[in-house]
Design a protein around this ligand. Structure first.
Ligand SMILES: CC(C)(COP(=O)(O)OP(=O)(O)OC[C@H]1O[C@@H](n2cnc3c(N)ncnc32)[C@H](O)[C@@H]1OP(=O)(O)O)[C@@H](O)C(=O)NCCC(=O)NCCS
Length: 241
């Protein structure tokens, strides 16, 4: 007899198979990252092209500044989400930073004490697969569950892709402070959003463990048999890694 979790996993597998046949976007697992991910984060950000760094950070950051940014991420205050590929490289990263509203340019936008700023980036080769959308949805769910109702993104109005993602998610886009400081209004939490976030994190954690074990198994197999050891990722590691 199958339990509800097994039935749910079967439905998920069935849905992915059907999606594959219909050439739909693959399922994307968004995992919350910890300080141990800094090396992966650095590799992801350093691989972004200059124009993408500009969109992501609002200025053309040098490698050194990107390194300092990654070293300075406060994982206790903020939340960082990531999407891994099967080789445990970060395809996408979303940084949700919480700040007292008085310290922001949109302080009058909410009666809540805190607003959130979201920055997201997806590796060029993985764009258009839904990674950015999933990171955005997950970050907005975290805001809902943290009782934050205002989400700010740098140059939101001029970023057509982000505007598209936000509109698709049904977000209200406000421009009370001009085009450059557009922000999004987040709906309040309910028991379903709290449950959904917990389930999504568990599933993403399972996905990560499976990928990590598979990677370790491949490494072990290559060491024992000598096969595939020459297929190592030869991308140079980022400075400081
Ligand atoms: C913005 C970004 C994160 C999106 O990531 P992504 O994984 O490609 O996003 P998704 O695949 O989830 O969705 C992209 C959507 O935008 C649409 N889109 C692509 N180009 C577009 C354009 N010029 N105008 C409007 N919509 C566009 C796609 O069709 C897709 O919509 P769909 O899901 O309805 O088909 C990615 O492009 C990126 O890293 N850009 C550089 C950094 C950046 O701009 N960050 C945002 C500011 S912090």
């Amino acid at each position: 007899m199958s339990n509800p979790f097994t039935r749910w996993m079967q439905r998920l597998r069935g849905a992915s198979a059907a999606a594959g046949e219909r050439h739909e976007k693959p399922h994307v697992f968004v995992k919350e990252l910890s300080p141990r991910s800094r090396r992966h984060l650095l590799r992801h950000f350093l691989a972004l092209e200059e124009k993408d760094r500009l969109l992501r950070f609002g200025s053309k950051l040098s490698d050194e500044m990107v390194t300092r940014y990654v070293e300075g991420i406060n994982f206790e205050r903020d939340t960082v989400f990531g999407v891994y590929d099967r080789r445990l490289r970060l395809l996408g990263v979303g940084h949700l930073a919480f700040a007292p509203k008085e310290s922001t340019r949109i302080s009058g936008a909410t009666i809540k004490p805190v607003v959130a700023e979201f920055g997201v980036s997806v590796t060029a080769a993985a764009r258009g697969l839904g990674v950015g959308t999933r990171l955005f949805m997950r970050a907005s769910m975290r805001c809902r569950n943290a009782d934050v109702d205002t989400l700010y993104m740098h140059c939101l109005s001029s970023n057509k892709v982000m505007m598209h993602i936000a509109k698709k998610a049904g977000m209200e886009i406000h421009r009370d402070y001009g085009e450059a400081d557009a922000y999004l209004k987040i709906k309040p939490a309910n028991s379903a959003t709290v449950f959904q976030e917990a389930v999504e994190e568990q599933v993403a954690m399972l996905d990560y463990i499976v990928k990590a074990n598979f990677k370790a198994l491949l490494k072990w197999g290559a060491r024992v048999t000598g096969i595939g050891s020459d297929k190592k990722d030869r991308t140079p590691p980022p400075p400081g890694a």
